[in-house]
Design a protein around this ligand. Structure first.
Ligand code: FE2
Length: 335
C-alpha cells in the first residue's frame, strides 16, 4: 500500500510540477543574472533553464527549431536584433498591466513583441587632457570637418552603429543621414576596426580624439582585470550628445516571448519579475546598464557618469530602419 501511494505521489507530482519551468535563451553570461534567476525560482517555484550562446546563434537556433523550440523567451541586445527576431516571426506579442507599468513606451516594441529590460547610451568618450569638452555637442557635429582624422568607431557591420544611423534617419531624414554618414567617414582617424573598447583604447593612445561607444564598456573597463582597461576608464570621460535637443541615442537589452513558447504564463511572469523594482537594479548592475523601470536608480558607478537626457524615440523604429541604415553606411564607405 505504502509503495503504491509513493508511486502515486511521484506520478502526481510529476504532473503537477513538471511543467513549472521557463526556458531562457540568453546571450548574457553574468553571475548576477544567475543569482537573479535563482531568486525567481525561489519566489515562484518556476524552474529557470538557461541556454547561453551569441545573440545571432540563438536567433538562428529558434528559427531552426521551429514549433519544437524549447525556448520560451529570448534575451538579447539591440532593438535591431530584437526586431530581426520579430520579423522572422519568432516572437509573439504579450501585454500585461505590470509590463506596461514597468517598461516605458519608448523602451518596448510598439506591437509588444519585446520589452527592454535595461538600456545603454551610445556616447562619445574623450580624453579631457586632449579635448575641450566645450567643443563637443551632437552626433551631427561629428561630421563637421573640424574633427577630420579624429573620430574613432567600430565597423558599421555591427548593430550598435546601424541603430545609431537609424536614429539619425528617424530624426533628420534619409538624405541628411546619408550626408552625415559621408561626413563622419571623412573624419575617421583610421579604418574602423575592433570593438567599442578598442576605440577608447585608441583615444588613450592618441590615435584619435573621440570614440563612439556604449556606456557599459566604461563600467566593464573600470572593473577590468586588465591594467590598460582600468587606466582607459579612469582617464577618459563620457560625453552625452544632443542634450540640447532630442537627447542621447540609447538602445536596450531586451526580452521577448517566443512564438511557440510552451510555458507562456511562466515566461510572462519571468519578464514581469526582471522588470520589477526588486530585480531591476541587480539586472542592470551586471552589465553597468540603466534600469528601464523608472522607479529604480542605476548603480553608483553608472550614476557617476552624470545624469543625461535620453532620446525617447520608440526603439522599434530603429529595427524598422535597419536596412536603410545599412545601405547608407555602405554608400558612405563606412567599412
Ligand atoms: Fe556590447
Amino acid at each position: 500500500m505504502k509503495k503504491i501511494l509513493f508511486v502515486l505521489t511521484l506520478v502526481l507530482s510529476t504532473f503537477v510540477f513538471a511543467k513549472e519551468e521557463v526556458n531562457v535563451y540568453t546571450h548574457r553570461h553574468y553571475d548576477t543574472d544567475k543569482a537573479l534567476f535563482e531568486k525567481f525560482e525561489k519566489e515562484t517555484g518556476i524552474k529557470v533553464n538557461v541556454v547561453k550562446a551569441s545573440a545571432d546563434e540563438l536567433i538562428k537556433r529558434i528559427e531552426l527549431e521551429g514549433k519544437r523550440t524549447p525556448a520560451d523567451v529570448l534575451i538579447t541586445v539591440d532593438a535591431a536584433r530584437l526586431h530581426r527576431a520579430k520579423s522572422k516571426d519568432l516572437l509573439q506579442p504579450v501585454v500585461t498591466e505590470t509590463l506596461i507599468k514597468n517598461v516605458p513606451f519608448h523602451l518596448r516594441d510598439k506591437d509588444a513583441y519585446w520589452y527592454g529590460v535595461t538600456y545603454r547610451a551610445r556616447v562619445i568618450a574623450y580624453n579631457p587632457a586632449k579635448t575641450d569638452v566645450n567643443e563637443l555637442s551632437t552626433y551631427e557635429d561629428l561630421a563637421n570637418s573640424k574633427w577630420r582624422g579624429k573620430v574613432l568607431t567600430r565597423s558599421s557591420s555591427n548593430e550598435y552603429n546601424q541603430s545609431l544611423i537609424a536614429s539619425i534617419i528617424a530624426h533628420n531624414g534619409e538624405e541628411k543621414a546619408s550626408e552625415w554618414a559621408k561626413g563622419i567617414v571623412g573624419n575617421f582617424a583610421r579604418t574602423p576596426k575592433g570593438n567599442d573598447r578598442d576605440q577608447a583604447k585608441a583615444v588613450l593612445a592618441g590615435e584619435g580624439e573621440l570614440a563612439i561607444m556604449n556606456t557599459y564598456y566604461m563600467g566593464k573597463m573600470y572593473n577590468s582585470s586588465n591594467e590598460l582597461e582600468r587606466k582607459v576608464a579612469r582617464t577618459l570621460k563620457i560625453f552625452f550628445p544632443n542634450q540640447n535637443d532630442r537627447g542621447t541615442h540609447i538602445n536596450v537589452s531586451g526580452i521577448g516571448v517566443t512564438k511557440y513558447a510552451k510555458n507562456k504564463d511562466n515566461a510572462i511572469k519571468f519578464i514581469e519579475f526582471l522588470t520589477s523594482e526588486a530585480a531591476q537594479k541587480d539586472f542592470a548592475e551586471a552589465n553597468y546598464e540603466y534600469p528601464v523601470n523608472p522607479n529604480v536608480e542605476a548603480s553608483e558607478l553608472v550614476k557617476s557618469w552624470g545624469d543625461f537626457k535620453a532620446d525617447t524615440l520608440n526603439l522599434s523604429i530603429l529595427g524598422e530602419l535597419n536596412e536603410t541604415a545599412v545601405k547608407i553606411a555602405d554608400q558612405a564607405g563606412w567599412k
